[in-house]
Design a protein around this ligand. Structure first.
Ligand code: GFP
Length: 839
């Protein structure tokens, strides 16, 4: 300890160097310094978590200069910024990613090693911020990474949920949900900015008045006011100085509001309101549950939207004398309808607070917003009961009525006497109970509307947004999703990154199209063997993890067949299970069958109230219990359900996959982004023509993709004729054998009731057409097995998949948003003054 003290007390580097220097020695010293002064520990008594924190602060220090310079620059008069409004940001752990983007991974690894520690272990210590459910939240995170990497001035606005998506435990094969206390040991990446707090109204009533100039105005007299406090996290781009901000709002009671109650001695009343306000951002709502009536969710949405818009206006007015040019300096993107109330809120701020006339305010609003739709599932379209909406947000409802009236006037002119168009386009759903339809509000208030893959964008125009498309076709566009190669390759698959970089240099990391150059090595046998070697090593790592986590021993040489994503009937994890049981039956009947051994790996959370999804998890684990323990199979099939699938686990799983299961019913998956991560890491895809699968197949070539199943028009066709799933059961003996085996309790220790709901659903309803696609899926899986037997062929296909993934970088998606929707330009950040030599 004495020598440590001596080295801390005798610095031959300046404080500035300690906080910004990037060489090994400075980093090593800075970590010890932070361990001492922030964690209050000596190395001898420090836990791994203490070291993680000390390192995290060391890295954060190195971000700060870039971050503050970026924020400063983004405020300038002539700089247009993107505000990405999203109820979810599934960013994943920050430490590893920041090391990659700062380009100091190696130095830090060395510095940590010199302190007798292992960097990977510290990285693994970080608690993941699970502030999202799945694809939508993760997309927002990839987009933040690309915005910064492309040096686009941007800010992500969202909610700082105290509890993120629940942790999933598996007990007796069932999902059990545990509260995600991600903040309990502190979050070194965020900085609270209480000085930038804002107030948000709820409830109460509105009141008309005449202002000093004799103008008619409305004010909102709320029942209660909640304070929003921003927490900022820097999001650094890859090897650039741009560090944008992720600003998440936490709610707090506004004490002064209840001063009266305090004074009256009603201490508990006042504390009640505190609890009430703080509940607002307590927990992230899981997807796939009926949302109507969940008043707290509407409060969350309005809360973060209102905070964010006030924040934008405040910063805008620092350099600008009015809001006239608001739309020229801000492009606001609505990530799905969750923040759609922003359309009405911006109107309220412009008209009620900043006293704009309606028309110019509407111009600004429409020019500012863009809306991204992420789903066609009708049950996922948000609508709020009018009664709840009006009670909670009375002024917003009035504004929505006004927007709607003016809008319907235009509709009437374009489509005279067309009542059905009027009612489908109206923001207010008058069918039975009245609702506010958030997608309609978003469409009317935005100048661009986009889907997230070509097929999805086309289907939007043909189906749920058809009438909007007829009205304003010029608003509609497509931006196919993408994923960041920094997290989903460089960080998660260092071995493949190194192999690729040895061959083609490292420009591909932010110019993903350059992966094309790998094609020239596809005929090089030694390259293919290196390629296989890398995959093998990564699979060994995952095999170890599986054994440690769930106690199942898997063969790293077997085909790793992976499906990781939220559990949902449309994603058809149970179709995958039907294939597993088919193989099981075949092997039982014919032990000499020549098929490569397979390990089926699943991961994903089911919404807590989604009965069928939870049963599907039980189906997977039950089938696994039987198959994994059947000595007849001689370990040729294994089935693993990895609990608590999240970003961190994704980083382990994608690199190790041979086969990527993208098997949703055609027309149901808007895009998918897991499909891109798998393929980028060299897995081949078995999939339907759904979402971005279509474009992935186009890029990698039909011969390098295992296609099966009905197309979207065929799905519609089958349904229109009155689909009869039972017919497939009757006519397909093998399918019958599979379903009967489930029904008779074979996988459920004789309990025939346990899994029967799944079988009944398939036989008598089958809304997602599993039985119709079954045979085609089985056939395609046979092709997979054949291809895998020929390892040279498989490696070729795998290399070509990676080489042709350039299109699916989120850098490309963001560039398209910038050019076609936001009209924003990159601004390079110059590091100011202090410590230039480290800049
Ligand atoms: C949704 C869609 C996906 C799409 C993502 C991102 O995902 O098809 O890829 O959004 O656009 F369903 P979830 O949030 O529902 O997982």
């Amino acid at each position: 300890h004495l020598s440590l003290m001596a080295s801390i007390l005798n610095p031959n580097v300046t404080i500035e160097d300690d906080r910004t220097g990037l060489d090994i020695e400075t980093i090593r010293r800075a970590v010890l310094d932070n361990l001492f002064y922030i964690q209050g520990k000596f190395p001898a008594i420090a836990t791994k978590h203490d070291f993680y924190m000390a390192l995290a602060y060391t890295v954060r220090d190195r971000l700060l200069q870039r971050w503050l310079n970026s924020v400063q620059t983004n405020l300038k008069k002539d700089v247009k910024s993107v505000a990405y409004l999203s109820a979810e940001f599934l960013v994943g752990p920050h430490l590893g990613n920041n090391l990659i983007n700062l380009d100091i991974y190696q130095q830090v690894e060395q510095a940590i090693k010199e302190s007798g520690l292992n960097l990977q272990e510290l990285i693994d210590t970080e608690e993941e911020p699970g502030l999202g459910n799945g694809g939508l939240g993760r997309l927002a995170a990839c987009y933040l990474d690309s915005l910064s990497s492309l040096e686009i001035p941007a800010i992500g606005y969202g909610i700082r949920y105290e509890f993120g998506i629940f942790d999933q435990h598996i007990q007796d094969g069932w999902q059990v949900e545990i509260t995600d206390k991600w903040l309990q040991y502190g979050n070194p990446w965020e900085i609270a900015r209480p000085e930038s707090s804002v107030m948000v109204n709820f409830g109460g009533r509105t009141e008309a008045y005449t202002d000093d100039h004799g103008a008619f105005r409305v004010r909102w007299i709320p029942e209660y006011v909640v304070k929003g406090i921003p927490y900022d996290t820097p999001i650094l781009g890859y090897k650039v100085n741009t560090a944008n901000t992720l600003r998440l709002w936490r709610s707090e009671a506004c004490e002064s509001f209840n001063f009266e109650r305090f004074n009256q001695g009603d201490y508990y009343g006042a504390v009640d309101s505190k609890v009430h306000s703080e509940n607002l951002c307590k927990v992230l709502y899981p997807n796939d549950e009926p949302i109507q009536g969940k008043e707290l969710r509407l409060q969350q949405q309005y809360f973060f939207v209102c905070c964010s818009l006030q924040d934008m206006i405040r910063t805008h007015l620092i350099e600008n004398s009015s809001l006239d040019n608001f739309d020229q300096l801000w492009a606001i993107q609505l990530n799905d309808t969750h923040p759609a109330v922003a359309v009405a809120e911006l109107m309220r701020l412009l008209v009620d607070v900043h006293h704009y006339e309606w028309e110019p305010a509407w111009q600004i609003t429409e020019n500012t917003f863009g809306y991204t739709n992420h789903t066609l599932l009708p049950e996922a379209l948000e609508k709020w009961p009018l009664s709840i909406f009006g009670r909670l947000l009375p002024r917003l409802l009035e504004i929505i009525y006004e927007i709607n009236n003016r809008f319907l006037e235009r509709v009437r002119i374009k489509f005279p006497d067309n009542g059905s168009k009027m009612s489908s386009l109206s923001i207010i759903d008058e069918s039975d109970d009245k609702y506010v339809r958030m997608a309609n509000l978003a469409c009317i208030g935005s100048h661009r509307i986009n889907g997230v893959a070509q097929l999805h964008s086309e289907l939007l125009k043909e189906t749920i947004l058809h009438d909007f498309y007829a009205l304003f076709p010029e608003k509609f566009t497509n931006v196919t999703n993408g994923v960041t190669p920094r997290r989903w390759m460089v960080l998660s698959n260092p071995r493949l990154t190194e192999l690729i970089t040895q061959k083609i240099g490292n420009r591909w990391i932010n110019h993903l199209d350059e992966l094309k150059q790998l094609e020239q090595f596809v005929d090089d046998a030694s390259f293919r063997s290196q390629w296989r070697q890398v995959k093998q090593e990564v699979k060994q790592d995952l095999a170890k993890y599986i054994e440690k986590k769930v106690g199942i021993v898997v063969n790293p040489a077997s085909l790793f067949d992976v499906q990781v994503k939220r559990i949902h009937e449309y994603k058809r994890q149970h179709l995958n299970v039907l294939h597993i049981i088919t193989l099981y039956n075949r092997l039982k009947h014919n032990p000499n069958l020549d098929i490569p051994p397979r390990t089926f790996i699943f991961g994903g959370k089911a919404a807590p109230g989604y009965f069928m999804a939870k049963r599907i998890i039980k189906l997977i684990t039950s089938v696994g219990d039987v198959i994994n323990n059947d000595p007849d199979l001689k370990d040729r099939l294994k089935v693993v359900f990895l609990p608590d699938y999240n970003v961190t686990l994704g980083q382990r799983v994608y690199p190790a996959a041979d086969l990527s299961e993208q098997i949703s019913t055609a027309g149901k998956e808007a895009s998918g982004t897991g499909n891109m991560k798998f393929s980028l890491n060299g897995a081949l895809t078995i999939g339907t023509l759904d979402g971005a699968n279509v474009e992935i197949r186009e890029e990698v070539g039909a011969e390098n993709f295992f296609l099966f199943g009905l197309t979207t028009p065929q799905v519609a066709e089958v349904k229109s004729h009155g689909y009869y799933p039972r017919g497939h059961y009757d006519s397909n003996e093998e399918l019958r054998g599979v379903l009967d085996l489930i029904s008779c309790g074979f996988f459920s220790r004789g309990n025939r009731e346990l899994l029967q709901p799944i079988v009944d659903n398939l036989l008598y309803d089958d809304p997602y057409l599993l039985l119709a696609d079954y045979q085609s899926y089985i056939n395609s899986q046979e092709e997979v097995s054949e291809a895998y037997k020929d390892q040279e062929r498989w490696s070729r296909m795998s290399i070509l998949n990676v080489a042709r993934m350039g299109k699916f970088s989120s850098d490309r998606s963001i560039q398209e948003y910038c050019d076609n929707i936001w009209k924003v330009q990159p601004v390079s950040i110059k590091l100011q003054a202090y410590n230039q030599e480290n800049a």
